[in-house]
Design a protein around this ligand. Structure first.
Ligand code: PRP
Ligand code: URA
Length: 213
């Protein structure tokens, strides 16, 4: 189940909505929060790969020769934005175990809300792959735009962005800066508060995943 508009797909399957509600609860344990993010990662991966190209191959079943579909050629890179993006990674790799991984280390300066890069490592053949950038939170989109800028600098041409919660402001910024990058999200929340947090939101995703603060 999805709702699509202007390059944004909201994955509003009941399982996703249910799990997201549990994650929003402030008393949810670190372990529970991490497990739910991982599970939603798998469900979002299912949707973001929905239109992968298919080709027919010949298969010999115990009964006969037949033409059957497999995913053709398209290779993937999963690109989590550290730290919180890592929470999606295992869930996505469960469905696409052969995907390569690009790590993008960015933190948001709490005063300026600008993204500051501290690490970047991507596969050398990124130009030939579809890159799925992942981060649970799309708030101002400063981090997402910086990540996509950096991946494009390295040659990436076919990019998608997956998040758990998006603010309308973040969607507008990312779509404006990179109209070629489609967005998949579990929900679109109301707005950002004065500190650039998504409301109603779920707080600081990295801190909740790793029990820091
Ligand atoms: C959070 C989140 C995003 C970013 C979103 O990371 O995981 O990367 O903020 O905000 P933005 O859209 O306004 O850029 P944070 O900078 O807190 O780092 P962390 O994951 O290491 O905690
Ligand atoms: N980063 C988070 O982790 N949460 C927000 O609400 C905004 C940015």
């Amino acid at each position: 189940m999805t709702t699509q508009q202007d390059g944004v797909t909201v994955v509003d399957h009941p399982l996703v909505r249910h799990k997201l509600t549990l994650m929003r609860q402030k008393d949810r344990s670190t372990k529970g929060f991490r497990e739910l993010l991982n599970e939603i990662g798998t469900l979002l991966c299912y949707e973001v790969t929905r239109d992968l190209p298919i080709e027919m191959i010949e298969v010999e079943t115990p009964l006969m020769l037949t033409q059957q579909p497999i995913i053709s050629g398209k290779k993937l890179v999963f690109a989590p934005i550290l730290r919180a993006g890592v929470g999606f990674l295992d869930g996505m790799l469960q469905l696409v175990p052969a995907a390569r991984v690009a790590h993008i280390g960015l933190y948001r300066d709490p005063q300026t809300l600008q993204a500051v890069e501290y690490y970047f490592k991507a596969p050398s053949d990124i130009a030939e792959r579809m890159v799925v950038v992942m981060d649970p939170m799309l708030a101002t989109a400063n981090s997402a735009v910086a990540a996509v800028d950096r991946l494009k600098e390295r040659g990436a041409k076919d990019l998608r962005f997956v998040c758990l919660l998006a603010a309308p402001e973040g969607i507008a910024r990312l779509r404006g800066a990179h109209p070629d990058v489609r967005i998949w999200t579990a929900a679109i929340d109301e707005c950002l508060n004065d500190h650039g947090y998504i409301v109603p939101g779920l707080g600081d995703a990295g801190d909740r995943m790793f029990g820091t603060r």
